[in-house]
Design a binder for this molecule. Structure first.
Ligand SMILES: Nc1nc2c(ncn2[C@@H]2O[C@H](COP(=O)(O)OP(=O)(O)OP(=O)(O)O)[C@@H](O)[C@H]2O)c(=O)[nH]1
Ligand SMILES: [Mg+2]
Length: 250
């Protein structure tokens, strides 16, 4: 079971219009500072936030109670003039958890109405998070042959391919910057990941390295996934073994 919280700016569209048309720089600053504050507050509680279209943020919140969410919401209310809703969902897969969170908000199923927190009463068994940290093998040499924007265009295509492939398997992929992606997965099947690697190799001539981490919290799962990825690099650089997928479970 994984627990996800979707944080959304409430009444954002109408509010943006009140700023007039010279607003883009202000919206960009607002979105960046909102993301920073959310990552800061949630990571202190062993959670990990993922940017989703800038005005919506997904957070792995395994182990977090409604009271923990209220505490964070109180901090955020002090820092931002805009309101935020938090929708909490649990599920057997990340997709199911995200759908449950969204359904709760749309059906106005509240866990704390005073603090704009939605969701069904939380079960206690949201205790397993799995993250796949995917990173392009040798992106520096790929980038050297392209202009910066051509590199971005390639990364967008890879992201699109990844998102579609893993969504079909109830997993959610996020672009984390540079050549890094993280996939919230459940019971990652190495044969399936291998299939994805073969598709991108064949279509784009790109190889990914995939570190998998499984733990009780988002931060711990990400730490183990990155540790697995670094181990793949270490094995590659020492010339010992060419591994593309490695898993560490706590
Ligand atoms: N989000 C995130 N970005 C990273 C991380 N490590 C590196 N980066 C970014 O990824 C870019 C590419 O770095 P690398 O992946 O180390 O470069 P590379 O040439 O692909 O080398 P290998 O991955 O070892 O094959 C860096 O410039 C950073 O922007 C990470 O752990 N997380
Ligand atoms: Mg890389």
């Amino acid at each position: 079971m994984i627990q996800l919280t979707i944080i959304k700016i409430t009444g954002y569209g109408p509010w943006t219009l009140t700023l007039g048309s010279d607003r883009e720089h202000r919206l960009q600053m607002l979105q960046a500072s909102l993301y920073k504050e959310i990552q800061d507050l949630f990571s202190q509680k062993n959670c990990l936030a993922f940017p989703n279209r800038f005005d919506e943020i997904f957070v792995i919140t395994n182990g977090l109670s409604v009271d923990d969410h209220v505490e964070i919401q109180k901090h955020l209310v002090k820092s931002f003039e805009l309101g935020l809703s938090m929708s909490i969902g649990q599920g057997k897969t990340p997709f199911e958890a995200s759908s449950n969170a969204d359904t709760a908000r749309r059906s106005n199923t509240g866990l704390s109405r005073d603090h704009n927190i939605f969701g069904l009463p939380l079960g206690k068994d949201a205790d397993l998070v799995q993250i796949i940290h995917m990173d392009v093998d040798g992106s520096t040499s790929v980038s050297a042959k392209k202009s910066p924007y051509e590199v971005s265009s390639l990364i967008i295509k890879l992201y699109s391919e990844m998102s579609e492939f893993f969504l079909k398997r109830n997993s959610l992929a996020f672009f984390m910057g540079g050549d890094n992606f993280m996939i919230l997965s459940s019971g990652a099947n190495k044969d399936e990941i291998t299939k994805f690697l073969e598709i991108v190799k064949q279509k784009y001539d790109i190889s990914f390295n995939c570190g998998i981490g499984t733990a009780k919290t988002g931060r711990d799962a990400a730490k183990l996934a990155t540790q697995s990825l670094d181990k793949i690099r270490e094995l590659r650089d020492s010339g010992k073994k060419d591994t593309r997928i490695l898993e560490i479970t706590c």
